[in-house]
Design a protein around this ligand. Structure first.
Ligand code: XMP
Length: 517
């Protein structure tokens, strides 16, 4: 394991991902963790991330010098670099030598572990107010800029390295190479962490955890639950039962994808509950978005729990109890919630569906060490279809919150058609990776006048909401090529009855959310 010590900016997750891209396993730890605890994890190398502070600010995070004396290779970046410099007797001063953004870096390649084989001049991403003016004793200075005399230092004997810039960001042109030089040459690690190994390791761990007991997993049609289920299925076969609630609010072809393609790829035992009527009945007459969400959430839990109970009863007859619940928790959730210990037992809602009071599941979370792109790679490794592995985010309440107005079967069918056309054209134009997601919304309570054929029409508008985003917290509207918009618009107005207008939502988030409801 390589530990990435998080000094409080957003860089640690990116660094951890870059290390994994170099096929070396990495984990993030908070800077508040005592060095003894870090060392107890037996790390093969430690990386100190950047952070927003100045080493001279009162109360700025520091690092115990013992970290550099344990014989573990260390790589400091930006703030981590300055901490290293001060801890080891170098000089960092607040001389006004600040640099922000793309900066030319001059490196001395000979004798440098970090820079050998990279260009003498390279572009790097800087973001600092303080600067290192003298390296600690015993270190060679291997890079500088016009402003900063010491932009990188190295000590091969002690296996300590540092750079003032951010090698992890894309704008540092040889950043990944420099990071790999640290990992492979500085720390002597081998690129052995692969998706294949992740699968093998997880499969073995799940088998050991579950034994001959049974597990259940809810499938939503999304990537995370699908990959989690596929992994567990690989490990324990038909000791796993998956539950898929078809609430009738899915997009065209999605339920079939789960029922056919997913099952074909994994051989999983699947219980599909057709609950369309139940959901539509519960939603009848409802137009308020929050009320819709509540109803859908409530019905979902009821149906899901009923299905669980049935599976538990069937399993009970065979003597092996259902003890485990599979969840698709990802690493960013784990990091953001403080790195939880992973022993949580969750109690299923027992206020509805008649579950026994004391029913508790142990959790299987096979993705809790993985980033989203790694989950997709594991999905591919497990042979899941592209359509599932590369799927864009889709809200749990489904099309129910993409019809502005009352949700009816008729309107759902209409929206499904429009959505399928938009998706097909975006895919055909090769835009799937570029856009984060593209909700297609039916304004069911709005009508406008149109002319189609020779007659007047009075139909509904369809809204396209293509957005680009990193994490859905903020988003920008995607500048789709006009030809693609034209194609989508023409097809939808021609092929979808009752729709005579297509409009594009050009609002960023904030102020607009991605979904309309
Ligand atoms: P908003 O509309 O809040 O959406 O900008 C942010 C992201 O979350 C998705 N979303 C949901 N996902 N259950 C989900 O699983 C929900 O109830 C839900 N509501 C919104 C939305 O598609 C976008 O990716």
């Amino acid at each position: 394991t390589v530990l990435v010590v998080d000094f409080g900016a957003q860089y640690a997750q990116l660094i951890a991902r870059r290390v994994r891209e170099a096929r070396v396993y990495s984990e993030i730890v908070p800077h508040s963790m005592p060095v003894s605890e870090m060392l107890a994890k037996n790390p093969k190398a430690i990386i100190l991330s950047g952070g927003p502070s100045s080493v001279y600010e009162p109360g700025a995070p520091t690092v115990d010098k013992a970290l550099f004396e344990a014989g573990v290779p260390v790589f400091g970046m930006c703030y981590g670099f300055q901490l290293m410099a001060t801890a080891l007797g170098g000089t960092v001063d607040n001389s006004g030598a600040r640099e922000y953004g793309r900066t030319p870096l001059a490196v001395s390649q000979t004798g440098s572990t970090l820079f050998e084989g990279t260009p003498a001049q390279q572009s790097v991403w800087m973001s600092h107010g303080d600067a290192c003016s003298a390296a600690p004793e015993g270190f060679i200075v291997s890079a500088s800029t016009g402003v900063v005399p010491v932009a990188a230092f190295e000590n091969d004997a002690k296996r300590l390295y540092g750079v003032q810039y951010h090698p992890e960001v894309m704008h540092s042109t040889h950043g990944q190479q420099v990071l790999e030089h640290f990992l492979y040459r500085g720390a002597g690690l081998a690129p052995t962490w692969t998706t294949h190994n992740v699968v093998e390791e997880q499969v073995a761990a799940i088998r050991a955890q579950v034994g001959t007991k049974r597990a259940i997993c809810g499938l939503s049609g999304g990537v995370d639950s699908a990959v989690a289920a596929a992994l567990v299925a690989r490990a324990i076969g038909d000791q796993l039962t998956c539950v898929y609630v078809d609430h009738g609010l899915m997009r065209k072809g999605e339920t079939e994808q789960v029922e056919k393609d997913f099952v074909a790829a994994t051989g999983v035992k699947l219980k599909v509950v057709d609950a369309e009527e139940r959901f539509l009945t519960a939603l009848a007459g409802v137009t308020d978005p929050e009320e819709k969400r509540k109803i859908i959430g409530r019905e979902f839990i009821r149906v899901f729990e009923q299905a669980q109970l049935e599976i538990i009863a069937e399993a009970g007859a065979t003597g092996e109890p259902v003890e485990f619940l599979v969840q698709g928790t990802l690493y960013p959730d784990v990091v953001e919630s403080g790195g939880g210990s992973g022993t949580a037992n969750i109690k299923s809602h027992h206020n509805v569906g008649g579950l026994p009071e004391d029913l508790e599941f142990k959790l299987i979370e096979p993705l809790r060490k993985l980033f989203k792109d790694e989950v997709r790679m594991v999905g591919q490794e497990l042979g899941l279809p592209e359509e599932i592995v590369q799927r864009q985010p889709f809200p749990g309440p489904g099309l129910g919150i993409r019809i502005v107005g009352e949700v009816t079967k008729d309107r759902l069918d209409l929206l499904r058609e429009a959505d399928a056309i938009a998706r097909a054209e975006l895919t055909a134009a090769g835009l799937d990776r570029e856009i984060w997601q593209c909700p297609v919304v039916l304004l069911a309570d709005v009508r406008s006048v149109g002319v189609q054929g020779d007659g007047r029409t009075y139909g509904h508008p369809i809204v396209l909401r293509p957005v680009s985003s990193e994490d859905a917290m903020t988003a920008d509207w995607s500048r789709l090529p006009y030809e693609v918009l034209e194609k989508i618009s023409t097809r939808i107005t021609n092929e979808v009855r009752d729709v005579n207008r297509v409009v594009v939502d050009v609002t960023s988030k904030p102020p607009g959310t991605i979904e309309w409801e």
